[in-house]
Design a protein around this ligand. Structure first.
Ligand SMILES: [Zn+2]
Length: 260
């Protein structure tokens, strides 16, 4: 794919000139592909285009990262975030190092206010990277939220994946694990909105736009908190020793948010 033109503010960026496409070859692939069944278990429709899914499941996979998985609930994520905070309270030195790393990341990822995008700025010729930058600028300046919050959310989501996705609790397909995690991490930033009086204009951000930043959030969560954060050892008041993931699992069960 040609690289986008990124001069000036994101609202002025444009998609690059596309290389002359190999239409005939693509069409042949499509014809062969469309004879095969959708890869979703239980779906008896044929595949659509070059996707491994039928049209319905392809669209769901594109916007959510996975066509079948149920989304994490607010209550579930709150428990993962709480577990992160509790764990950091037990290790002041680690907490201090992480706080320092997050502060410098926050500075590095700060977008200029002029990068904000309104629904009216969104059009077909706008490259994905412009939308992603604009969404992040909106998050920082219009919503007054922080990059740190997005990284913490991505870390909570990685824990959620371990407990709910990897165990089959939410019905996601394993091949979409990464796409689901990065889409959810980026989805925190929401859509393009503008409120005038009592009406809110809204233009939806696509799954692909969410993934663009979601990948960064997940990557930063890993580098700052460590690859194996959820496997950190913790000991409970009654002397049990277990991983942070299993500790969180117990808290989820106690809250009635996890059955087995
Ligand atoms: Zn299907």
């Amino acid at each position: 794919m040609a690289s986008p033109v990124t001069r000036g503010h994101p609202r002025d960026w444009r998609v690059g000139v596309q290389a002359p496409d190999n239409g005939a070859q693509l069409r042949r692939r499509q014809i062969i592909n469309e004879r095969k069944p959708c890869s979703c278990p239980g779906c008896d429709r044929r595949r659509s285009g070059v996707s491994r899914y039928c049209g319905h499941h392809r669209d769901a996979a594109s916007s959510r990262g996975d066509p079948l998985a149920r989304l994490p609930s607010r209550n579930e994520l709150a428990i993962f975030r709480h577990a992160i905070a509790v764990y950091l309270q037990t290790d002041a030195k680690l907490a201090q190092r992480i706080a320092g790393d997050l502060r410098s990341l926050e500075r590095r990822m700060a977008q200029p206010p002029a990068f904000c995008l309104s629904p009216s700025d969104i059009h077909k010729g706008l490259p994905q990277i412009a939308k992603a930058k604009g969404l992040l600028a909106n998050w920082q300046h219009r919503d007054r939220r922080t990059y740190t919050e997005a990284v913490t959310n991505a870390l909570a989501l990685s824990g959620w994946m371990e407990v709910y996705y990897d165990t089959g609790h939410v019905g996601g397909l394993w091949e979409n694990r990464k796409a689901f995690l990065t889409t959810r991490a980026g989805a925190l930033l929401g859509d393009f909105r503008k409120t005038i009086g009592r009406t809110t204009l809204r233009k939806e951000a696509s799954g692909a736009t969410h993934r663009l930043f979601g990948r960064d959030f997940v990557h930063h969560a890993k580098t700052i908190y460590g690859q194996d954060f959820w496997f950190s050892p913790v000991s409970t008041n009654d002397g049990q020793s277990l991983t942070l993931r299993d500790y969180t699992r117990m808290a989820l069960k106690a809250a009635g948010l996890l059955s087995c």
